[in-house]
Design a binder for this molecule. Sequence first.
Ligand SMILES: [Zn+2]
Ligand SMILES: [Zn+2]
Length: 161
Amino acid sequence: MAETMHCYRHPNRETRVSCATCGRPICTECMRQTYVGIKCPDDAKLPRTAQTGVMKPNQILMSLLAGLGVTLIGIPVVALIFELPFQWLLSIAVGYGAGTLIYRAGGRNGGLLATTISVFATAIPFLVWLAPNALAGAADVFGFVSMVLAVVAASLANRRL
Ligand SMILES: [Zn+2]
Ligand SMILES: [Zn+2]
């Protein structure tokens, strides 16, 4: 026997249904059928774009940790890429891989936060190697193109739904 809850908008009405997003109990009158399940009116109102990329706190933490890991591992990886042929292709592959890792760590939600973490985690290892020369006025244009390609690939990896 499931315990009885009361609609958060109508405290005198019993219900066994709760919102798929916030978990608050809702009565039959308040429930809204959405493509991801039954929701309360507040959450059903949000446009679709606001719902993608909504992460739970542990998924945000995992995304940040994955981003940190990618940044640290990325520094020697980028140094290696700069020594190899097909630098641009490798950068795309590595950037996409990094973005995918962060996307998965965040529970496959994608969205703005995962994309932002991916962009920074991918760009920072490149900048570690590129910034000193750039600041000295001898920017490695090929290196910067690699960085842009890797960053674009990383953010694209987070666009899948
Ligand atoms: Zn709700
Ligand atoms: Zn209600």
